[in-house]
Design a protein around this ligand. Structure first.
Ligand code: AMP
Ligand code: ZN
Ligand code: FE
Ligand code: FE
Length: 277
């Protein structure tokens, strides 16, 4: 089995990269993709662990992009030291820091028990809303992380602040400059009607999109079949990943959502060919 979409402590996962590779080895995975949000901070450690344990580690990243409509773009086989990619990730980190700081300021002004220093200390890598939520929970302002999102920092909650976003075009260009293969992550979570989705895919493909994440823990087997149809129609690569976050998303295990993926070996070879080309 393979699982091409995993998060580590470099972003908002709870398992450090080397330990995650160890888990994948124990559970019999032959290849995994380390795809943290907007950072490649976990890639080196995972690559090293992969060489030791015999699990093939694909260096990857999951970029949150799109100014009006947010999408998640996976980039596989990137040179994670590419200057173009580093520049993009550096700007995204600044945008993230500013946004988290703005949310924390709002919460503090609203009298909630949270401080910027505490939030920063929670993040081993990239800082995000889950770290704010964790602090709110620890300090008794919310029952659990979901409650913190619902009451304070979720999309429609009072302390939500929008992040400055990179355009999809910029992100695809940076991934390609880094030798990566851009793939649209979990299209099922976009909840778009078929016709709109087809228009988006067409637009993204013109910018350089090369694959579709058909298998995902948030997709039903019916969704997977539907997106395989789309991938075939647009001649896009087929990928799949659980979106594992460890304890941060306890229901998602390694391989979740990938049970119906039979030809993963073929899909992986097609992907590899593209990033070696
Ligand atoms: P950020 O990138 O800072 O906007 O944080 C996004 C992350 O927060 C996502 O990757 C999710 O893991 C988590 N998240 C978003 N919405 C919720 C929610 N309603 N409950 C729990 N976690 C959430
Ligand atoms: Zn995440
Ligand atoms: Fe995502
Ligand atoms: Fe993800």
């Amino acid at each position: 089995m393979i699982d091409l979409h995993l998060h580590t402590t470099a972003s908002d996962g709870s398992v450090p990269p080397a330990r995650l590779v160890g888990m994948a080895a124990e559970e019999g995975f032959s290849a995994i993709g380390i795809a943290d949000h907007d950072t490649v901070g976990g890639v080196d450690e995972a690559l090293r662990a992969g060489r030791q344990s015999g699990v093939e580690v694909l260096p990857a990243v999951e970029l949150t992009v799109g100014v009006e409509h947010e999408i998640h773009l996976l980039g596989y086989g990137i040179d994670h030291e590419s200057p173009a990619l580093k520049a993009l990730l550096g700007q995204m980190e600044t945008d993230r820091d500013e946004r988290v700081a703005a949310m924390v300021r709002g919460l503090e002004e609203g009298g909630l028990p949270v401080s910027a220093a505490e939030v920063r200390a929670r993040a081993k890598g990239v800082v995000g809303r889950p770290h704010i939520a964790a602090v709110l929970v620890k300090n008794g302002a919310a029952r659990d992380v979901a409650d913190a999102f619902k009451r304070y920092i979720g999309k429609n909650a009072p302390f939500y602040v929008e992040r400055r976003k990179k355009t999809t075009a910029e992100a695809i260009a940076a991934l390609r400059a880094a030798g990566g293969v851009p793939v649209l992550a979990h299209p099922g979570l976009l909840r778009l009607p078929r016709q709109t989705l087809w228009q988006w895919i067409d637009y993204l493909q013109k910018l350089g999109l090369q694959g579709l994440e058909c298998y995902h823990s948030g997709h039903s087997p019916g969704d997977a079949t539907f997106f395989r149809g789309a991938a075939a129609e647009f001649s896009l690569l087929v990928t799949g990943g659980s979106d594992f976050h460890g304890a941060a998303k306890p229901k998602v295990r390694l391989g979740s959502g990938l049970e119906s993926w039979r030809d993963f070996e073929d899909c992986l070879s097609a992907l590899r060919k593209r990033f070696r080309a």
